[in-house]
Design a protein around this ligand. Structure first.
Ligand code: FAS
Ligand code: PHB
Length: 390
């Protein structure tokens, strides 16, 4: 089999890239190792930057998002039991935020690819890229048979544990990593969410109240890395969550049975470069950020915007200008978001090795941000997501 772009990974990055390329008449094949049901069962991101909203609309998958997505002027931070601050992206960045779940986005992308007759090969095993600096091809096994897919380019959209990044020689790949000494215990419940997406800095630890739709809430509490989700029956979760919000907010939290509950570790990870020969990395294959800044999915979308623009330029007029600039351009945005996500994680979480001074310094920094227009503008423009580079 032959195509123009072989895409390894059928998560949001791979599916969005295939969709954007198809709209430009560029052929691609998506190779996904799991079933569609498995991919769609993942509960992940929930907040979109306006730049991501525009990319999804331009990809022709914005209809349900615009109908079901929830617009916000920004997100709220609460601390010291009574202080409240709105990260006002609409006022300081001129752009709202959109709450719309990654699962919905992935469903919308699968539907669009199916409608366009796109080629997505699920349950493809042992996907392996070859001859990346020459004439690339990808091999895989499906239903007991070996297959070969010849292509011009390979897009590594296979997430943190994928094969693509591992295909870049260690002598070339530079990685930067930071692991955090805690995780996020997250639940979904069919309950009405709080009116605003609200982060809490509390002496018992970080908490977050988010949403998916008017009857689907997403909540998180910081927990020790070695906690087991079975140690968190719903009653304990709700009690702990409420204890970390000011009383008037806690009183608004509508509890109910969890329909999903899981613990995710937090890490910062960036791999450089995001290109090796005819292989281009996009999304979690190249970087991971702690979800505190709601950047993971948004970075995957911005990588894919840059890569689809670059491939379109090449197939339109043979220029490799954007392809040659892809890694540096994507990494400028990745590092900006990775630094912001690290900074916000350090500001809002309680670390095991911290003392009273550290906690007080966090609260004073939050007081400063709430009282300084330049500081409020800075956090808002980073949370909103900086504009894409031309
Ligand atoms: P993905 O990991 O989503 O997709 C990669 C795909 O490649 C997967 O379907 C995988 O099965 C496939 N694959 C892997 N190896 C392969 C191989 N060898 N061959 C073929 N296919 C292969 N981001 C936020 O902004 N907010 C959040 O709250 C948030 N919460 C998260 C919670 C968890 C538990 C995790 C893991 C991530 C979270 N993220 C969050 C980040 C997340 O949303 C990612 O940024 C997003 O999924 C990135 O999309 P992709 O790059 O497509 O990677
Ligand atoms: C979510 O809704 O899952 C969510 C929202 C904001 C974040 C992280 C996760 O920073």
């Amino acid at each position: 089999m032959k195509t123009q772009v072989a895409i390894i990974g059928g998560g949001p990055a791979g599916l969005l890239l295939s969709q954007l390329l198809d709209l430009q008449g560029i052929e691609s094949v998506v190779l996904e190792r799991h079933s569609r049901e498995h991919v769609l069962a993942r509960i992940r991101a929930g907040v979109l930057e306006w730049g991501s909203v525009e990319v999804l609309r331009n990809a022709g998958v914005g209809e349900r998002m615009d109908t079901e997505g929830l617009l916000h002027d920004g997100s709220v931070i609460v601390w010291s039991a009574k202080h409240r601050f709105l990260i006002d992206t609409r006022r300081y960045a001129g752009r709202p935020m959109m709450a719309y779940g990654q699962t919905n986005i992935t469903e919308d992308l699968y539907a669009a690819r199916d409608a366009a007759g796109g080629t997505i090969i699920d349950e493809a095993n042992d996907v392996t890229p070859h001859d990346l600096t020459g004439n690339p091809y990808v091999t895989y096994e499906k239903d007991g048979e070996q297959h070969r897919l010849d292509c011009n380019y390979v897009a590594g959209c296979d997430g943190f544990h994928g094969v693509s990044r591992a295909s870049i020689p260690e002598s070339i790949l530079q990685t930067y990593e930071k692991d955090y000494p805690f995780g996020w215990l997250g639940i979904l419940s069919r309950t009405p969410p709080l009116p605003e997406l609200t982060y809490a800095n509390h002496e018992r630890g970080f908490a977050l109240a988010s949403m998916r739709n008017p009857m689907l809430s997403r909540y998180y509490v910081q927990c020790p890395l070695d906690d087991d989700v079975d140690e968190w029956p719903d009653e304990r979760f709700w009690q702990e969550l409420k204890s970390r919000f000011p009383e008037e907010i806690a009183a608004q939290i509508v509890t109910g049975p969890s329909i999903e509950k899981s613990i995710a570790p937090l890490r910062s990870f960036v791999a450089e470069p995001m290109r090796y020969g005819n292989l281009f990395l996009a999304g979690d294959a190249a970087h991971i950020v702690p979800p505190t800044g709601a950047k993971g999915l948004n970075l995957a979308i911005s990588d894919v915007f840059y890569l689809s623009r670059a491939l379109t330029q090449f197939y339109d007029n043979g220029s490799t200008d954007y392809l040659d600039r892809y890694s540096d351009m994507a990494l400028r945005r990745v590092w900006g978001a990775a630094r912001f996500s690290w900074w916000l994680t350090m500001l809002l979480h309680r670390f095991p090795d911290q003392g009273a001074f550290d906690h007080r310094a966090q609260e004073v920094e939050l007081d400063y941000i709430a009282s300084s227009e330049p500081a409020a503008r800075s956090i808002a423009e980073q949370y909103a997501g900086l504009p894409f580079e031309e």
